[in-house]
Design a protein around this ligand. Sequence first.
Ligand SMILES: Cc1cc2nc3c(=O)[nH]c(=O)nc-3n(C[C@H](O)[C@H](O)[C@H](O)COP(=O)(O)O)c2cc1C
Length: 406
Amino acid sequence: MKSFLNEKQIVIGVSGGIAAYKSSELIRILKKQGADIKIIMTENAGKFVGALTFKALSGQDVCAGLFDGKDGGSIRHIEWAEEADAVVIAPATANIIGKLANGIADDALSTFMLAVTSPVIICPSMNTHMYESRPVQRNLNTLEADGYIIIEPEEGELACGTTGAGRLPEPHYIADRLISTMFPSDLKGKKVLVSAGPTREPIDPVRYISNHSSGKMGYAVARAGEYRGADVTLISGPTSLPPVAGVKMVSIESACEMADAVFDQAENADIIIKVAAVADYHPKSISEHKIKKEEDVLSLTLDKNLDILKELGSRKKDQFLVGFAAETRDLDQNALKKMKEKNLDMIAGNLVGGSSSGFGSDTNQVTLYFSDGAKENLPVLTKDEVAHILFDRILVSMDGGRPAGK
Ligand SMILES: Cc1cc2nc3c(=O)[nH]c(=O)nc-3n(C[C@H](O)[C@H](O)[C@H](O)COP(=O)(O)O)c2cc1C
């Protein structure tokens, strides 16, 4: 299963800030995803972390000076710029930010940056007063206007003893933003509503009825939408997953709360993808106190929940509505029935129970069914890959057709 960074050429620029050590972790994360990493460090970065560390972690020679190539002067800065799929400067000092904003090219990193044509992410990191100073803010605005992606520093305790904005964000977050640059912004301007995870139907103050949904598929769909420029809202039942960067999160517990949250957001959405495993029934009454172990047999009476997807289908205007069907048998029959009954435009069906598909796993094998009768069997893929294919097909369908054979 390939990662989205597999064999991508990524250049990391490291400048002389206290957070320079964090770029080691960034290199490790990106290498793990299969990226080919090259490091260009400023002379001052070398005061914080040695080139040898970066060489060992990246597995490549590090560029630490414009004229330090094996043959004396070299033009690596041009070659690397031409090859790069993306560039990230982490940490970016006030100094390198000022140089980039003004086109100064007086060392390897700043010279290389003028030759780069790929997406660039700048991660400012410095003392709060430095960060908030007019020149730094002016320079960051200039860089943003020039098309650079600026990741704002986090607030917190800084190495200089002050508290405020200036901390380099966690390397996992920087890596996530870097991955997002690998995708086209073909969902820009679209509002996407995604639901994910299980619901919990309370029985008493300490117990509930739920299901095995991990939320991974829905979170992958939200992430893919955000990567591709959509304005994404994710309504999520309880999961153990970290929030998705750049996505508006709404947390709910019960099916009733899910319904309220979905209907609240649905009207404005262009694309609605309901991945959540919403309970079909809820206990008719919720015991005020914990039910004691007294009876040999305890019966619960369950009431049917509102069918959110069906309601969305009946309210649907100029929207693209996608459902998921997790079945244990008769996938074709059940998925097609669900699509028709609920007025869906597409349904992604999968048989749950296998090790590479369904609840909890990182992979999924889905079959896509379209309202015009077309069907597409996908192989076992990561949930992230499935999510991107889903959006590929949605965009083609919204555009009025599908390629032949699909
Ligand atoms: C101990 C120490 C820590 C520093 N930390 C930072 C920092 O976090 N961010 C920053 O912008 N500058 C920091 N500086 C100042 C930069 O190192 C200085 O501006 C330098 O000229 C940056 O050079 P470069 O951008 O070429 O790497 C620090 C300086 C020292 C002595």
